[in-house]
Design a protein around this ligand. Structure first.
Ligand code: AMP
Ligand code: GLY
Length: 429
């Protein structure tokens, strides 16, 4: 298959590595890609957010499938243009991508579809925001309504900080004030062709910058998959996944189809498992957010465990044939990823610094590196953004995968780099 992958992060590198691992010689191109991606496939210098430029390239190159990695091209309508041109594309159109692009839209879909989520109030003015903060009480949760690259959410016990955050994002539109939900977080991905929806295997992301969940929210500092502790509450991973499929994914996909905005692509359910139970059926599973794309860094630990071909799964979703496609299956491997980030991330990152030691890191058993913000400069590899790369390790146990990941990370040198040291520590006994 001729596949064009849009995006330039570790998620896209993970998608490409999964496609390459199928043992079928696909012709893969990435736009724009990064230095790591450029080592394994061709890259093309294309504005991935420009619908016409992407469609023209896909037509000229006779691409069979376009896979859209990040949210920006989705919200820019790249999938709509490709569908218009008859090119199979994995990624929702602009209207369905509002599930990620607008928290208000997502809440409305959830309310209409009867999907369990936290109580929330939309505020257009500071007075409304303050009223909602007092209604729900501390800890306070304030979210920018639109896309904010992982920086739009503030969870704090400091009322003044909550009000400041609301003020900042009110300048760009409205904010959502939510009730605080306490519990383990789970990221669960679903592949949808607009009507049929199938689950992948769950992962847990570490959103905060520092060990012990201290520091600011980030795009994600590490992840692991599967989640062995789901067994305690749900009996098995399958029971948990089935419950989320039935109570969350299917109703949302059906609602979007009913509204003539079918969701074709990756539905990312960000869940909190609250201790609160409002009846036996829901066991306190609440949606905290939807994304309209694969999660980063969760993809780096979910896809290496996929034992069925990714290309045919995504193609079936893109062509409306998921109902007759084999269900995705996963290995029992423990997968751990640790993100290496630049100095000062998630603020303005200090970039352009050399990265060394990757060959030694890659040589550690069970380890590979998914590049994110890497570029080539005079033959050297340099950092070009906030999250620089993901070290990914597989093992037969989490203890093994975790020690492999940190052994490999110890080989890598990047001045001022930051990483968490507690990724998957809770499952690595
Ligand atoms: P989001 O971008 O909506 O996923 O939010 C980022 C992070 O903020 C989540 O992963 C949670 O850790 C936290 N968060 C978001 N909403 C809530 C909530 N209602 N209660 C508690 N924590 C939340
Ligand atoms: N890891 C969180 C996200 O992809 O949004």
């Amino acid at each position: 298959m001729k596949i064009l992958v849009l995006g330039s992060g570790a998620r896209e590198h993970a998608i490409i590595l999964s496609l390459l691992s199928e043992g079928v010689s696909h012709e893969i191109t990435a736009a724009p890609g990064n230095a790591g991606i450029a080592r394994v496939v061709d890259t093309v210098d294309l504005d991935a957010n420009d619908p016409v430029a992407v469609a023209n390239h896909a037509i000229a190159a006779a691409v069979d499938l376009v896979v859209i990695g990040p949210e920006a091209p989705l919200v820019a309508g790249v999938a709509d243009e490709l569908r218009e041109q008859g090119i199979p594309v994995f990624g929702p159109g602009r209207a369905a991508a509002e599930l990620e692009g607008s928290k208000t839209f997502a809440k409305r879909i959830m309310d209409t579809a009867g999907v369990p989520t936290g109580r929330a109030s939309r505020a257009g003015t500071l007075a409304e925001a303050e009223e909602a903060l007092d209604l729900f009480g501390a800890p306070y949760v304030v979210k920018a309504d639109g896309l904010a690259a992982g920086k739009g959410v503030l969870v704090t016990t400091d009322r003044a900080a909550a009000i400041d955050h609301a003020r900042t994002y009110l300048e760009q539109g409205s904010v959502l004030v939510e009730e605080f939900l306490d519990g383990q977080e789970v990221s669960l991905f679903f592949v949808s062709d607009g009507h049929t929806v199938v689950p992948l295997s769950p992962a847990q992301d570490y959103k905060r910058l520092a060990d012990g969940d201290a520091g600011p929210n980030t795009g994600g500092m590490g992840a692991y998959s599967p989640l062995p502790w789901l067994e305690e509450t749900f009996g098995s991973e399958t029971a948990f996944v089935d419950e989320v499929l039935t109570t969350i994914a299917k109703p949302v996909i059906a609602q979007l189809a009913d509204e003539q905005t079918p969701f074709i692509g990756l539905l990312y359910a960000g869940l909190i498992l609250t201790s609160r139970r409002d009846g036996d059926s829901d066991r306190g599973i609440r949606v905290i957010e939807f994304n309209a794309r694969f999660g980063d860094p969760e993809t780096q630990v979910v896809l290496p465990r996929l034992t069925t071909p990714l290309s045919s799964l995504l193609f079936a979703a893109a062509t409306g044939t998921l109902g007759s496609h084999e269900l995705p299956t996963f290995s029992n491997d423990a997968a751990v990823t640790v993100v290496l980030a630049s100095e000062n991330y998630p603020g303005t990152p200090l970039t352009g610094r050399p990265i060394t030691g990757l060959t030694a890191a890659d040589a550690v058993d069970g380890v590979h590196i998914a590049h994110a913000a890497t570029g080539a400069r005079a033959g050297d590899l340099v950092s070009t953004g906030g999250r620089v790369l993901s070290v990914v390790a597989l093992g037969t146990t989490f203890g093994e995968a975790r020690s492999r990941a940190y052994d490999a990370l110890g080989q890598i040198r990047l001045d001022g780099a930051q990483h968490r040291t507690d990724i998957a520590a809770r499952v690595a006994t």
